[in-house]
Design a protein around this ligand. Structure first.
Ligand code: NAD
Length: 350
């Protein structure tokens, strides 16, 4: 199987690329290499004869047409996006252009290629999206996002992703493009760009800095280990029912404060502070994110019952692997801390 993966130099896309190559697929990684990209993420597989890289921007339709014509993929997994909510508050324009217009370009390039190929049966356009399109849930364990939850995005990021989901469904209804969609919860794991909560906490802790918690830390997220997510995506693209969407969660709901305390406990074990004190002493509460959604939580019934997929790790297991990975991979994360905006508080301007 030849997969065209967009955003394969990013966090989740690179996990998909690594696993797809391990599974014996051919992969064409198409990525613009924005500030969030790191080709080191795929260094372990980039020498494979099954791997090809195309530097292209999904806002550039001609570049997409050329990539389809040259590489002739059997399926598309579309992950390229602007992904950081705080950056979307300060500069929504890039999110509109990449996440909406870029997805439109991907759909049109894929459709024109699919038609030129004689509409091959097995072709799939797999759009990767977020549970943030569903809005915010009350703190009630009986209320979860299902695939039928109405869309109610609250941030420029989630609104741009919701728009892209609507475009994908419209291209399926209107033009018959064979699509599948997934909406997943918060990912974490190796190669997570050091502007997101979990790497920020690990790296600030190790540097002796404050561990910033937005608001009172009561916001709840469902944490999905990135390698589990990559596994789920490869199941969906191959076995998902045409036109259907699947929610992917980690079955690991935690408040942000619980999550950070768990991380501190793991760090206390794996890399104790020189003064013998607990890393939790570095926790500080900072101004909340404007419009911070209270709770995201996924009902995993559909993917579990229809495709037999479940996450393989608990959040404690996944976080332990993640902390160890950051301890072992300073050469990866240290240079990324120099990139524009990393290490600064963003998204407070609203
Ligand atoms: N990280 C999460 O927790 C999470 C949760 C739900 C959904 N998602 C979705 O999963 C996908 C991947 O997320 P991620 O966390 O790996 O993101 P990321 O920011 O780590 O990586 C995004 C990648 O897309 C590339 N890219 C950005 N704009 C581009 C453009 N115009 N043209 C081509 N490439 C471009 C970047 O260079 C980067 O390599 C996104 O669509 C995101 O919305 C992420």
């Amino acid at each position: 199987m030849k997969l065209l993966v967009t955003g394969g130099a990013g966090f989740i896309g690179s996990a998909v690329v690594r696993q797809a190559i391990r599974d014996g697929h051919q992969v064409v990684n198409l990525d613009a290499l924005t500030y969030a990209a790191c080709l080191e993420n795929v260094a372990g597989v980039s020498n494979s004869p099954n791997y090809a890289f195309v530097q292209a921007d999904i806002r550039d339709r001609a570049a997409l047409d050329a990539a389809f014509a040259t590489h002739k993929p059997d399926m598309v997994m579309h992950l390229a996006a602007e992904s950081h909510v705080d950056r979307s508050i300060d500069g929504p324009g890039d999110f509109i252009e990449t996440n909406i217009t870029g997805t439109y370009n991907m759909l049109e390039a894929a459709r024109s290629y699919w038609m030129a190929q004689g509409k091959p049966e097995g072709f799939r356009f797999h759009h990767i999206s977020t549970d943030e399109v569903f809005g915010s849930l009350p703190n009630d364990p009986d209320v979860l996002f299902t695939e039928d939850t109405p869309y109610d995005p609250r941030s420029p990021y989630s609104a741009s992703k919701a728009s892209s989901d609507h475009l994908v469904r419209a291209w399926a209804e209107t033009y018959g493009l064979p699509v599948v969609l997934t909406n997943c919860s918060n990912n974490y794991g190796p190669f997570h760009f050091p502007e997101k909560l979990i790497p920020v906490i690990i790296l600030n802790a190790l540097a002796g800095k404050e561990l910033p918690i937005y608001g009172d830390g009561s916001n709840i997220r469902d944490w999905l280990y990135v390698e589990d997510h990559a596994d789920a995506l490869l199941v969906v693209v191959q076995k998902g029912e045409l036109g259907r969407s699947y929610n992917i969660g980690g079955e690991n709901e935690r408040t942000n404060l619980e999550l950070v305390k768990t991380l501190c406990g793991i760090l206390d074990e794996l890399s104790p502070r020189a003064d013998g004190k607990a890393y939790a002493e570095q926790i500080t509460f900072v101004t909340d994110r404007p419009g911070h959604d209270a709770r995201y939580a996924i009902d995993p019934t559909r993917i579990r019952e229809e495709l037999g997929w479940r996450p393989s790790v608990t959040v404690e297991e996944g976080l332990t692997k993640t902390v160890q990975w950051y301890l072992d991979n300073e050469a990866w994360w240290r240079p990324l801390q120099e990139r524009h905006g990393v290490g600064q508080r963003l998204g407070t301007k609203a």
